[in-house]
Design a protein around this ligand. Structure first.
Ligand code: IMP
Ligand code: MG
Length: 174
């Protein structure tokens, strides 16, 4: 297995602070509403776990499994959905929890599918937003970190299934 050079970009304490802020914002905006947090597997499993434990309002958790990357760090542009939500979201406030929004293709696909289930609203929360790289216009409502360039791993994010469970976020060095 190739040895990749990487350096810490966001240490765990900084991530924890941002995730708590996101949970505070979501809790504030959706107080008194019926909230469903939809985690996008696999990448969002760690942020979702931490976010949920900082929420101050009731909510239900569900998951979808989507992939836009075949392997490595080059987007294939084709989306596959291998697991749909099981919760009835009609009339409810949905918050999609994603690891990275890059081209936006994955989220646009997911949002369109969830809209067919007639929720009252769909918001997007992402740990990392790579706004500069969008191919489809889609905005996240809650953003942990804005990232202009680089491929990041750790805290749920992988490179070919590697590095997902590192507690800090690293950027891969060329
Ligand atoms: P999009 O459809 O191009 O927006 O792809 C978003 C998906 O690509 C994310 O859910 C991630 O799984 C993956 N991705 C994009 N950039 C990175 C990165 O820097 N590290 C790890 N995964 C990434
Ligand atoms: Mg993802």
């Amino acid at each position: 297995m190739e040895k990749l050079k990487k350096r810490v970009l966001y240490p765990r304490e900084i991530i924890a602070g941002r995730v708590k802020d996101l949970a505070d914002e979501i809790s504030h905006d959706l107080e008194g509403k019926e909230v469903v947090l939809v985690g996008v597997l696999k990448g969002a499993f760690i942020i979702l776990a931490d976010l949920t434990r900082c929420m101050k309002i009731p909510y239900v958790v569900d998951f979808v499994r989507l992939a836009s990357y075949g392997s490595g760090s080059v987007s294939s542009g084709t989306i596959t959905l291998s697991k749909d939500i099981e919760t009835d979201i009609e009339g409810k406030e949905v918050v999609i929890v994603e690891d990275v929004v890059d081209t936006g293709i994955t989220l646009a696909f997911l949002k369109e599918r969830l809209e067919k289930k007639k929720p009252h609203s769909i918001r997007i929360c992402t740990l990392i937003d790579k706004k500069q790289r969008r191919q489809i216009s889609i905005d996240a409502d809650y953003v942990g970190f804005d990232l202009d360039e680089g491929f990041v791993v750790g805290y749920g994010l992988d490179f070919d299934e590697r590095f997902r469970c590192l507690p800090d976020i690293y950027v891969i060095e060329e």
